[in-house]
Design a binder for this molecule. Structure first.
Ligand SMILES: [Fe+2]
Length: 202
């Protein structure tokens, strides 16, 4: 593997310590998990840089394990950066560019919210609203882990973390109430700014 650059965790926005229905303790513990994914990503790339590809076949199993772990770590970084960045708002119905995309591709805000909630209830790790560049529309995709099941050429705009660590302190097993709280803290200005940044046609 070629040399790589270490990355650092993005700072925790203080707004996240004052969410409605998601406690400071949950966010602080969750942020530490995110920092762990960043550290893991750097550590795995360092190990891959050390692998001697000219030696016997046994390195292939090392490469396999490291590369699978890398997808988990990088998935953990990307998923949580979206999650933390788009919380801290007032929730409610979508506004701005994302609102017209949701209306167009799901028919209504209610239909989008019901579908994302059901996806989050059915998933083991994540539910994402992503813009698929090939289909040219939004989908709510499901994820069982940090590295399953993203699809190529799609850009996540909403990332709903449904791992137990995201809600167990606050809601125990009541995931549905946590998902409602998640919706209540979304910052639609941030999400719409991503629609503009990625130049998604509305
Ligand atoms: Fe998480």
């Amino acid at each position: 593997m070629p040399p790589f650059e270490e990355i650092s965790a993005r700072p925790l926005d203080p707004r996240l310590l004052q969410l409605s229905g998601i406690s400071r303790a949950t966010i602080e513990a969750h942020y530490r998990l995110y920092q762990g994914y960043v550290a893991k990503r750097n550590e795995i790339l360092a190990k891959l840089a050390e692998v001697d590809l000219s030696t016997a076949n046994q390195v292939y199993s090392d490469v396999r394990a490291l590369k699978i772990d890398l997808t988990f770590a990088i998935g953990g970084v990307k998923n949580h950066e979206i999650y933390f960045e788009h919380l801290g708002g007032g929730g409610g119905d979508p506004t701005g560019a994302i609102a017209s995309l949701i209306e167009r591709d799901f028919g209504s805000v209610e239909a989008w919210r019901a579908d994302l909630k059901a996806t989050g209830m059915g998933g083991r790790g994540w539910a994402w609203t992503a813009y698929d560049w090939d289909e040219q529309r939004l989908f709510n995709y499901i994820g069982d882990a940090q590295n399953t099941f993203p699809v190529w050429n799609a850009t996540p705009l909403v990332a709903l973390d449904v791992y137990e660590h995201a809600y167990f302190l606050d809601y125990q097993t009541d995931r549905a109430s946590y998902i409602d709280a998640f919706f209540g803290n979304l910052d639609w200005d941030v999400i719409s700014s991503w629609v503009s940044k990625y130049q998604i046609q509305t």
